[in-house]
Design a protein around this ligand. Structure first.
Ligand SMILES: Cc1cc2nc3c(=O)[nH]c(=O)nc-3n(C[C@H](O)[C@H](O)[C@H](O)COP(=O)(O)OP(=O)(O)OC[C@H]3O[C@@H](n4cnc5c(N)ncnc54)[C@H](O)[C@@H]3O)c2cc1C
Length: 436
């Protein structure tokens, strides 16, 4: 039986190694720290949390709660270890970061089937099955190699994403469908501003609080993509003549062109998620909710993902990967973790589990399998491999990614309860299919 090679001992890498070893397949795991570090890591421990110590909600009825349940059902290492080293954090799962990372490191290093090599990988090795899970701060040499393999236009080095809202929380009484001058896809939703509404929104936007830049995030890094609030600071009318221009749009209820328009674009084929066009932002999350809820039609909007402009290395996965995390042009090469365009510790770890299971299956002569899109993990992998537009925004777990059940009830809570029930049943069947 061949060995699985994993590059990167972060959240995805440890889960991938653990999953493959649990299936009886030997693993070699490369981690460059502590010999060489990233700009954000501080220790040599595997699965180091670089920022917050939270793995988000534990509530079983939230997408993060369900994701944890699915990961544990598939044999996760990270979630049970996090439970062991949990610190009080209300409904969230937060950990004492040092003992947590030390325990993960010990469990990986002591596993009889896992060999840990503390070395920077600078070239994509010929070993197969191979999993690359080197994260948002992949070392420069390897990033260049990945860019050479995939084509440089398919590897992003920063993330400039607009907020995304759950379609079912938009107030359709206040918005209208249509594209500028009726060209293109009329699927855009237009949020029309009056002069007063626009001025109130502008005022709030320019005065809202931003996330501070990390030391390694030079402002010049973001030259290609100016955050909306920075653009707004250039003058009261900059947005009205820029991303919020009303040109070519007539509000059918008034028969007139609005003073300004913020457009929403569908983010998935199912049209359950909409992004705020050209609203990439560095505002703090609470501020984004406050300010963007001032947009007509978004008063009650639920944000499934907040906007960011930050350093991130990730692939143009819809053009490169299958939902099994196999590279389309080399099915024995896998990518996992934040590199594939999922975002956050647990989402990255979850992608690691699937890559590990599939790499081990190939090593055992079995076909790779994709988790059903009705599950939270499956919905994320479906999203990253099928996103329909060219500028692919990374995503975290959320209900909007899961397909709407047929005959779904109108009530949002009832619909979510149904999605949760389907997710559990689908994951149970998937785990059984894998013999887990
Ligand atoms: C500054 C910053 C703050 C963040 N804050 C949060 C937060 O608060 N909450 C949250 O959920 N997520 C946060 N994230 C995202 C989170 O860090 C990632 O989602 C998660 O760590 C990704 O897991 P991963 O396994 O893909 O990558 P990582 O956990 O980063 O692991 C990748 C590993 O690969 C190693 N590596 C890189 N290149 C090589 C190489 N060439 N050879 C060998 N090893 C290599 C690295 O040393 C690292 O250990 C943050 C990210 C950054 C950069």
């Amino acid at each position: 039986m061949s060995r699985v090679t994993v590059i990167g001992g972060g959240f995805a890498g440890v889960e991938a190694a653990w999953a493959a070893a649990r299936m009886g397949v030997p693993v070699r795991l490369y981690e460059m720290r502590p010999r060489k570090s990233t700009p954000a890591h501080k220790t040599g421990w595997l699965a180091e949390l670089v920022c917050s110590n939270s793995f988000k909600s534990l509530l079983p009825t939230t997408p993060s709660g369900q994701l944890k349940w699915e990961m544990e059902r598939l044999g996760s290492l990270v979630i049970p270890t996090a439970r062991e080293f949990a610190v009080p954090a209300g409904e969230a799962l937060a950990v004492d970061r040092e003992p947590f990372a030390q325990a993960i490191t010990a469990r990986i290093e002591l596993h009889p089937l896992i060999e840990v090599v503390r070395e920077e990988v600078t070239e994509i090795p010929p070993d197969r099955p191979l999993i690359i899970a080197t994260g948002p701060l992949t070392s420069d040499a390897l990033a260049q190699e990945i860019a050479r393999l995939t084509g440089s236009k398919h590897l992003y080095f920063y993330d400039a994403v607009s907020p995304i809202v759950d379609a079912s929380t938009i107030n359709y009484e206040r918005v209208f469908f249509g594209s500028r001058r009726e060209k293109g896809d009329p699927a855009y939703i237009n949020c029309p501003f009056t002069k007063e509404e626009y001025e109130r929104f502008w005022e709030a936007l320019v005065n809202a609080e931003q996330v501070p830049l990390h030391d390694f995030e030079e402002p010049k890094f973001f030259e290609g993509c100016v955050p909306l609030e920075e653009l707004a600071k250039r003058g009261k009318d900059t947005l009205r003549f820029g991303p919020l221009k009303p040109v070519g749009l007539i509000d059918p209820r008034t028969g007139k062109r609005p003073y300004a328009v913020l457009q929403l674009r569908p983010e998935n084929n199912e049209r359950t998620l909409y992004s705020l066009v050209a609203c990439q932002t560095r505002l703090k999350w609470g501020e984004q909710k406050r300010v963007f809820r001032m947009v007509p039609g978004l008063e009650q909007a639920e944000f499934v993902r907040y906007g960011v402009v930050h350093r991130n290395t990730y692939l143009d996965s819809p053009r490169l990967l299958r939902p099994t995390l196999q590279y389309c042009e080399d099915s024995r090469l896998f990518f996992a973790g934040q590199l594939v365009g999922v975002e956050g510790y647990i989402e990255s770890a979850a992608a690691g589990i699937i890559a590990g299971i599939n790499a081990a299956r190939l090593a055992q002569g079995k076909p790779a399998v994709a988790p059903p899109p009705e599950t939270v993990i499956g919905s994320l992998l479906h999203y990253i491999s099928t996103y329909p537009h060219p500028d692919f925004p990374p995503m975290n777990a959320n209900w909007g990614l899961l397909p709407e059940p047929p005959d779904a009830p109108k009530d949002r809570e009832a619909r979510r309860a149904l999605k949760l029930q389907r997710a559990r049943e689908a994951m149970e069947a998937f785990a059984k299919q894998l013999g887990l």
